[in-house]
Design a protein around this ligand. Structure first.
Ligand SMILES: [Zn+2]
Length: 374
């Protein structure tokens, strides 16, 4: 901790300095004096660890080992998911450079390919499972999924087994004529049923839910909060104490994002405290409907001119700052039908070489309001 004599002159300078850029440098200096234990965590999302499964959901065992070696060599703190979530819930700082490893869908190659490597490095991890899918394939000799017996053995060794929905159904793709309120009542029953089966088969119940296909909207987020579950999505971004517990970002780490060059900045990324006011938080729109997005950001640790935002399919976007903490992007073109992301990054002033990283997802429907194929 720095002494009063060191800090006071900086505080005076800060108060009497009019220039924003100078203020930011002084705040960064003050922060570095105080040695705040920052909360900057990252979750990696994998599916298959295999040479023979579809590339878009796979990483080869060789490259997976490269990831684990990189985490070890660069002194990342690989934590169990529960430790990270408890840190946010209790507003307690975690060690810096915290990383959590997660797998979706509970494929058999986790046991045969990933587990021996994870055990070698002693890294904890989480598996998001679909109980109905596991049960349906449980006795099949040719199953590509882990069995309940295998999941139980892994759970007993400390692996976190969490909820990915009973079936692998999207929460936002309603059958024709269904009203959303009725639909979510039914989905709540299914979610709680899945949680009860996980508890019965593995002895664990964390109330952690990874949205199938990463699809959610504000109504689903409120629904999940009511059920007292934590929600994990599939947009990228770092995690901090202000991260919304109903849409926790995860960085996809499978192909084509599996190269260390693509992973390095993500692993070192810092959370941006972004607030989406009112309908800015909505994620589902018809094609050609959304024309702009306004973000509110609380941070003094980057320069406004250093913030860059890219939208998938549209490229780099022009940022219009309204004041110190809010800006608007007027889209250069219509957002394309399908899954769309706006990724914003900014270099940290107090932590040279590290970037703030935030991503906002949209799910853009076709012109007639129907869904694009999964
Ligand atoms: Zn999945």
């Amino acid at each position: 901790m720095a002494s009063k004599e060191v800090i006071l002159p900086y505080l005076f300078l800060l108060i009497y300095t009019k220039k924003t850029a100078m203020k930011r440098i002084l705040i960064a200096l003050l922060l570095s004096f105080f040695h705040f234990t920052s909360f900057a965590a990252v979750i990696l999302q994998y599916h298959h660890v295999s040479d023979t499964t579809p590339k878009s959901t796979s990483i080869t065992p060789e490259q997976f080992e490269v990831h684990l070696q990189y985490l070890q060599d660069n002194k990342f703190n690989v934590l169990p998911l529960s430790e990270m979530i408890d840190g946010i819930k209790n507003q307690q700082a975690l060690p810096d450079k915290a990383v959590v490893i997660t797998f979706d869908d509970a494929y058999l190659d986790l046991l045969t390919q990933a587990k021996p490597l994870l055990d070698k490095f002693g890294f904890p991890y989480t598996i998001f499972v679909n109980p109905a899918v596991i049960s349906r394939n449980d006795k099949k000799a040719s199953s590509h999924y882990l069995s309940w017996q295998q999941l139980k053995a892994m759970a007993d060794e400390g692996v976190i087994i969490a909820n990915h929905g009973d079936e692998h159904d999207s929460l936002v793709r309603l059958p024709k004529g269904e009203n959303q309120q009725q639909w979510l009542i039914k989905q709540a029953e299914l979610l709680l049923k899945a949680e009860a089966i996980i508890k019965e088969k593995t002895g664990q119940s964390w109330q952690y839910f990874a949205y199938p296909y990463g699809e959610y909207d504000v109504a689903v987020q409120n629904w999940l909060k009511e059920l007292d579950f934590v929600g994990f999505s599939q947009q990228s971004g770092a995690i901090g104490l202000t991260t919304d517990l109903t849409s926790i970002p995860r960085f996809p780490a499978s192909m084509p994002y599996d190269k260390i060059s693509s992973l390095r900045d993500k692993l070192n990324s810092l959370p941006l405290a972004v607030n989406l006011k009112g309908d800015q938080a909505e994620t589902i729109f018809r094609h050609k409907e959304p024309k702009s997005i306004t973000f509110s950001i609380e941070s003094d640790d980057f320069y406004q001119a250093g913030l860059n935002c890219y939208i998938s399919g549209l490229g780099k976007q022009k940022i219009i700052w309204h004041d110190d903490s809010s800006f608007t992007i007027n889209f250069t073109k219509d957002l394309p039908v399908g899954r769309v992301r706006c990724n914003c990054t900014a270099a940290s002033i107090s932590k040279p070489g590290r970037y703030y990283w935030y991503s906002k997802p949209w799910f853009i429907l076709k012109n007639d309001g129907t869904w694009y194929p999964l």
